[in-house]
Design a protein around this ligand. Structure first.
Ligand code: ADP
Length: 254
């Protein structure tokens, strides 16, 4: 994490390499229901991250021996496309992708009402088309929307955001260069209504007061993202309603 020759990550005004303030999120764009074939899908752009999430299920478990008698099994695959980073990445799953698949699954499991669907699986795919730091968090934000789009009953949407430390200062939503050259990275996933943290990882070193302040910054950002998620869901259904209303309009006979 620490670089012996870090680039200047903050200018004289305290602004970051992309011009953001320390407490500012990158621009976020969310879209729901963009794939026809999957049961649910969502797309997120957060800064230069471009991520697709898709969901199949709940459907009968195959192979049968993975099925659980009292609830659905959630499976998750986080995958970086070979063209998602500067140097071509091998399409084969790396240790990092296996870890992120596990933490994304674990951050979403608490919200899904899995006991409604015994002996089934819910498959979640998080495909990183372009990566620029914070992809696990952006992936969770999108995957949670894809689950909702699939109509899977959930307690609420999960949103995620990382906080880090650059040049001794806490900074929200690290970009790739800040992640690589900064001093710490604290990804957090959060369910605002239940006030439940479902992912908490830490890389690097923070003092206890920094950790507490950083966690609060991440939680506030998750609340902002949660509002954006709800808007994205509403947008999809208002578009469907507009199309339906257009179809219902009576034909005008000249
Ligand atoms: P996250 O994307 O959740 O921050 P990491 O902290 O492990 O996950 O990775 C930080 C960033 O490092 C990624 O978002 C990506 O931009 C970059 N990165 C990860 N793996 C590779 C790779 N194989 N090649 C180049 N860059 C990578």
């Amino acid at each position: 994490m620490q670089n012996k020759h870090p680039e200047k990550l903050l200018d004289e005004k305290g602004l970051r390499v992309d011009g953001r303030r320390l407490d500012q999120l990158r621009p976020v764009r969310l879209e729901v229901g963009i794939l026809d074939k999957a049961n649910g899908s969502a797309y997120i752009e957060q800064g230069k991250n471009k991520i697709l999430a898709a969901v199949y299920g709940p459907r009968e478990a195959h192979p049968k021996h993975i099925a659980l008698p009292d609830r659905a099994v959630i499976r998750c695959r986080y995958h970086m496309a070979p063209f998602s980073v500067d140097e071509r990445k091998s399409p084969a799953p790396s240790r990092r992708e296996l870890e992120l698949s596990k933490v994304i699954r674990e951050s979403l499991e608490p919200t899904v009402l899995t006991d409604l669907y015994p002996r089934t699986t819910i498959d979640l795919f998080v495909e990183i088309l372009q990566s620029d730091g914070g992809s696990r968090c952006a992936g969770i934000t999108a995957a949670s929307l894809a689950l909702a789009d699939a109509g899977i009953p959930m307690r609420e949407l999960v949103a995620a955001c990382a906080v880090g430390k650059v040049q001794g200062q806490l900074a929200l939503d690290l970009s790739d260069i800040e992640d690589k050259q900064g001093e710490a990275d604290l990804p957090v996933a959060y369910m605002p209504n239940s006030n439940l943290v479902t992912l908490l990882q830490m890389d690097g070193i923070l003092t206890l007061p920094e950790f507490e302040k950083g966690l609060n910054m991440a939680i506030e950002a998750c609340k902002t993202l949660h509002t954006m998620q709800r808007e994205a869901l509403k947008n999809k259904y208002s578009q469907i309603r507009e199309v339906a209303e257009e179809k219902e309009e009576p034909e005008v006979i000249a």
